[in-house]
Design a protein around this ligand. Structure first.
Ligand SMILES: Nc1ncnc2c1ncn2[C@@H]1O[C@H](COP(=O)(O)OP(=O)(O)OP(=O)(O)O)[C@@H](O)[C@H]1O
Ligand SMILES: [Mg+2]
Length: 222
């Protein structure tokens, strides 16, 4: 489902953030991506989402070698992988539901169908009734769930989320992770970068850890 082979990543002429990384993720796994600030967690997730190319090595997602994917195949990747970045990139010049509809506009779905799918996605994350609010009018936890709704509206097979519970209280954080768990239970492969190890203990069964340029593939939450 996801396979890294001898992956190296540096930005420009900088040092290697990731060096000779090899791992494989099977369908349906729930993975915790851990490590200190600046270690390379976001970088790892961006490589999976095709948002950054590796400097060397190959990245396969669903059998496609994405680092060699031609531009015209990009929409495929966007549909296959739902991405929730550290900065959620919500658009504040439009309503909540219009934010969720964006990925569907990109693939050219007609507006009525897109609206129905977006409404269903918002309902799944517990945001029914908030469709017409502006993102500034909803809470931080609700904005996180809105970003999740936008990531799942294309029915991706893989969900990656970068610190989706940062700046949220414990209870709200759990509710967010419960949303991911619900998708994971119906088969969506899930990778979450977080600094909150105790919180992740109830959800993940494997940890990919980056620390001091070294990579660890561990059982459970570590
Ligand atoms: N676009 C970029 N250009 C240059 N350097 C970058 C870029 N993005 C990240 N880096 C550098 O790569 C390293 C890893 O960054 P990354 O964002 O992957 O860390 P992280 O583990 O996600 O940290 P945090 O826990 O703070 O989010 C950092 O030293 C960072 O400064
Ligand atoms: Mg990060």
């Amino acid at each position: 489902m996801i396979e890294f082979q001898h992956v190296f990543k540096s930005y420009g002429r900088g040092r290697n953030i990731l060096a000779d990384i090899n791992f494989r993720v099977e369908p349906g796994e729930f993975i915790f991506v851990s490590g200190p600030s600046g270690a390379g967690k976001s970088t790892l997730l961006k490589l999976i989402g095709g948002l950054e190319p590796p400097s060397r090595g190959s990245v396969h997602v669903n059998g496609h070698r994405i680092d060699r994917m031609p531009a015209r195949a990009r929409p495929y990747l966007r549909r296959a992988v739902g991405v929730i970045l550290q900065d959620m990139h919500l658009l504040y010049d439009r309503s909540a539901i219009d934010n969720v509809m964006l990925p569907l506009a990109v693939i050219g779905l007609d507006r009525r169908q897109a609206r129905n799918r977006a409404r269903a996605a918002m309902e799944k994350v517990g945001l029914a009734g908030k469709e017409d609010l502006n993102p500034v009018e909803i809470s931080g936890g609700e904005q996180q769930r809105l970003a999740i709704a936008r990531a799942i509206v294309n029915r991706p097979t893989i969900l990656i989320a970068d610190e989706p519970t940062a700046n949220l209280d414990q209870e709200t954080g759990r509710r967010i992770l419960d949303v991911f768990r619900d998708f994971n239970r119906v088969g969506v492969t899930t990778l979450i970068a977080s600094h909150d190890k105790p919180l992740m203990t109830s959800y993940a069964s494997r940890t990919l850890r980056i620390e001091d340029g070294r990579f660890f593939d561990l059982r459970g939450v570590a």
